[in-house]
Design a protein around this ligand. Structure first.
Ligand code: PTJ
Length: 256
């Protein structure tokens, strides 16, 4: 891993990039995953590289959904395994969710490596090897475990590519997406759209889960019922516009 000095102004972003590269070297992250990470970085730059109000509101509602769920599942791909393995394990323990590996660039070898990697971070019973049920999709993300994503009521899908999100919604599941691009198909079709970097999103959701884990059903229901995802997506886009226009007015005087 390239040594990034702690005082580098873009330390966090550069370390995250290094983690994705390490993921590729370990055979966890796909090479395409690096392109996805680059796309995410570009959107994060436009957002201002912080958790906006809309992101925090979505993260709070997502946590409430996960705490209310009877069968929540966190879907893992090559990028999330490289970037937030500890956080996924910790969140799954608090909300009592299953972890399931579900890959776009699926191979038996990558599934095994990701499961072993997650186990080395403390995960137990990671699903995804069976692939004994299918979603109505033409690519490999269709293969899911019956006891996991297929029968889940709430699914957290970080860094998606759109059509699985649509299929899960059609199956009446609550879909929570984490995607820095508010315009993506995933963002547009999810029930809760978190426009934030997964590194910050998991950090925030862990904090919310800790604060909210003892709330009763009615309180959690109130949070979920008062949440409006269309408003949040609109707000997320407005926040980017506001940030950009502020930046353009100060052009030449400020650099991230
Ligand atoms: O591991 P696999 O085989 O399942 O493949 C995973 C990738 C991510 C390669 C695959 O799902 C893919 O190609 O995804 P897309 O279509 O590139 O979409 C990824 C989305 O995630 C894009 O909209 C990016 O902006 C967004 N994104 C990238 N990095 C981050 C991110 N969102 C949040 N946090 C990030 N760090």
């Amino acid at each position: 891993m390239t040594q990034i000095p702690h005082d580098h102004p873009r330390y966090k972003s550069l370390i995250t990039r290094e983690m994705a590269v390490e993921g590729v070297k370990k055979g966890i992250t796909s090479t395409q995953g690096l392109i996805a990470q680059g796309r995410g970085e570009a959107f994060d730059y436009l957002i201002g590289e912080y958790s906006t109000e809309s992101a925090k509101e979505a993260e709070r509602a997502a946590t409430a959904h996960l705490l209310l769920a009877k069968k929540p599942v966190i879907s893992i791909n090559g990028n999330t395994a490289a970037l937030v393995p500890d956080e996924m394990v910790e969140l799954s323990n608090i909300i009592k969710a299953s972890l399931e590996v579900n890959l776009f660039h699926r191979s038996r070898d990558r599934i095994d490596r990701i499961i072993e990697h997650m186990e080395s971070h403390g995960a137990e019973n990671v699903l995804g090897r069976k692939g004994d049920s299918v979603l109505d999709l033409s690519h490999d993300r269709r293969m899911v475990d019956h006891e996991g994503i297929y029968s889940a009521d709430v699914v957290l899908v970080p860094l998606e590519d759109g059509d699985r999100c649509e299929k899960l919604s059609e199956m009446d599941k609550v879909v929570i997406a984490i995607d820095l691009n508010p315009l993506s198909r995933t963002s547009q079709c999810a029930d809760v759209t978190i426009v934030d970097n997964i590194t910050r999103a998991f950090e925030n959701m862990l904090q919310y889960a800790d604060e909210m884990k003892n709330l009763n059903y009615d309180k959690l229901r109130e949070i979920v019922d008062s949440y409006d995802n269309n408003r949040i997506i609109t707000l997320a886009i407005d926040e980017i516009t506001t940030w950009l226009s502020k930046f353009s007015k100060e052009s030449g005087t400020k650099r991230l």
